[in-house]
Design a binder for this molecule. Structure first.
Ligand SMILES: NC(=O)c1ccc[n+]([C@@H]2O[C@H](COP(=O)([O-])OP(=O)(O)OC[C@H]3O[C@@H](n4cnc5c(N)ncnc54)[C@H](OP(=O)(O)O)[C@@H]3O)[C@@H](O)[C@H]2O)c1
Length: 285
């Protein structure tokens, strides 16, 4: 049986920062949390703030197993590497071998819908976690509002939000909201072997997003739907490499197909308040 304490993989990232904050706000003492990641600067900052820390690469399965075995509760924030599925599976296997109490996994909304290729790793991780027999909670996170902060660059100069998202609606939420939901689940009972689908309260259209950008930028911004081919060409024309441009155009097509449309009210129920709006989310730190 593993020892006490919460191990957070991905603690050095943007969502992880909010997760650590939210756990502390809910009364978890930092020294009972081990913040794991690779970024040495961030790990140093977290150690100075009183957290336990561990520098580990998720591809180091022996290091991961050793770390997992020293904790009772594992928060696995999904990774970003191309082989992240194998990394997630090694965490789950280590958790099963060590007999940990609970694994919490941040998945993607509609992970079980195989029309959406972007969720394939999430779907396979969820299946591995459920099959492991370890007590789990899956939090299927929606699209972050903060993803649109980077997209402010174009509209800032052109007044146009061009995207290949058609008439898509996106029930995006802030990382802070999603982190608070995770912390609520980790620190309260009643979530064993439950999968939550975390959507924002509202289905935003791209016209709504353009309107919020207009407020943030203090200038007129309009949404201009373009085709995936037009978007890919425009991105390549602005200097982006073809592979990334193709990925982003494909992502817009997936958004247009409704992957991030609202799925129930699990998020506002878990955090006990309405979810964050677009303007506030676009100005979040
Ligand atoms: N819902 C959405 O809109 C959305 C968008 C993009 C991504 N995501 C997913 O949500 C996750 C969290 O989002 P975020 O904004 O917090 O991303 P982020 O800021 O890039 O953070 C990713 C975290 O994962 C860690 N990580 C990645 N690969 C690792 C490896 N091989 N070994 C150890 N640690 C590793 C990073 O550690 P270091 O920084 O220390 O290397 C960092 O702590 C992402 O990793 C991705 O799976 C969701």
């Amino acid at each position: 049986m593993s020892e006490a304490g919460i191990l957070v993989f991905g603690a050095t990232g943007a969502l992880g920062r909010h997760v650590l904050d939210a756990l502390v706000v809910r009364g978890t003492s930092p020294e009972t949390i081990t913040a794991a990641g690779r970024n040495q600067v961030r790990i140093g900052e977290l150690a100075s703030a009183g957290f336990g820390t561990a520098a580990v690469d998720l591809s180091d399965s022996a290091g991961v197993a050793d770390l997992v075995a020293r904790h009772s509760d594992i928060v696995l924030i999904s990774g970003r590497d191309p082989d992240r599925l194998a990394q997630h599976e090694s965490v789950i296997e280590a958790a099963r071998n060590a007999g940990v109490r609970h694994v919490y996994y941040t998945s993607g909304v509609r992970a079980d819908d195989d029309r959406f290729e972007i969720n394939a790793d999430h779907r396979a991780t969820e299946n591995a976690l459920i099959a492991s027999g370890v007590t789990y909670t899956i939090l299927r996170n929606t699209w972050y509002i903060e993803n649109y902060i980077q997209a402010l660059a174009g509209p800032r100069f052109t007044g146009v939000l061009a995207a290949a998202t058609g008439d898509a609606v996106v029930a995006a939420a802030s990382r802070k909201d999603l982190a608070e939901a995770l912390a609520a689940v980790v620190t309260t009972d009643g979530h064993d072997n439950v999968t939550y689908s975390l959507s924002g309260d509202k289905n935003f259209t791209y016209a709504d997003i353009a309107q919020a950008m207009a407020v943030v930028l203090n200038r007129e911004v309009t949404y201009r739907p373009v085709t995936p081919d037009e978007l890919r060409a425009a991105l390549i024309g602005s200097g982006m490499d073809g592979e990334l441009a193709g990925f982003l155009a494909g992502l817009d097509e997936t958004i247009a197909a409704g992957v991030f449309a609202r799925v129930g009210d699990d998020l506002s129920r878990l955090i006990g308040r309405p979810t964050t709006g677009l303007v506030e989310g676009l100005t979040a730190e």
